[in-house]
Design a protein around this ligand. Sequence first.
Ligand code: BT5
Length: 229
Amino acid sequence: MNFAIHRFDSVASTNDVALQMADAPEGTVIIAGEQTAGKGRRGRKWSSPPGEGLYLSIVLHPSLPYNKLWQMAFVVSLAACEAIREVSGLDARIKQPNDILINARKVCGILIETRGHGDAGTRGFVVIGIGINVNNQSFPPDLNATSLALELGRTFSMPDMENALLRCLDARYEQFLTDGFQPILELWKALDCTVGRQTTDHMFEGTGLEVAENGDLQIQSGRDASVAE
Ligand code: BT5
């Protein structure tokens, strides 16, 4: 994929910038040095202090029916986890729904939003938002958070983290489009630290996708909403 990277010193939310770019081609990337209103799911906030974290959104146009879009969350959390492991050498793990944890603390959050899917005559697009705590030295006490720097006592190159993330995303997205969901799911399971712990936690805001008691993934409803974390 060809990435077209747009950099900003400060934005409210990189996802909002991407969502507002109505005709943005696949591979459009928004990166900001800080977010003044970084978003989590369901109105929650993503702490995004200047220069400390990677705040990145990418526009994709996966040719998937709406009821398969949830699979993108697995592609993205797998890629983000792999990129963090590669850059840090740490045992980063995916926690369902798709947080990335190191030593049981959150190092990365993912918010996937869609627009236009299922509308007659329109081509929908997906905005993948990823926040990674890279060089943060501290967090507000109410957050169970960590950063690569806190874990290893040294700072990391932001461009290295950015490049690894885009490369891993590109590779897993291509694999997904070529070989389908099953190989992605197998890799994802191998990094999932909640394996064996059945959950019905909601994975996708708006779509109500759940991991059922038997481990099956189920879509319930929803459209044009914030669909994943
Ligand atoms: C997420 O939501 O984890 C999704 C976060 C996505 C952030 C990226 S940054 C680029 C793009 N632009 C945006 O505006 N957003 C995306 P959720 O699962 O709802 O988790 C939010 C919760 O995580 C908060 O309520 C806090 O408890 C915690 N939290 C907030 N900031 C954090 C941080 N920097 N590190 C770890 N935990 C944090």
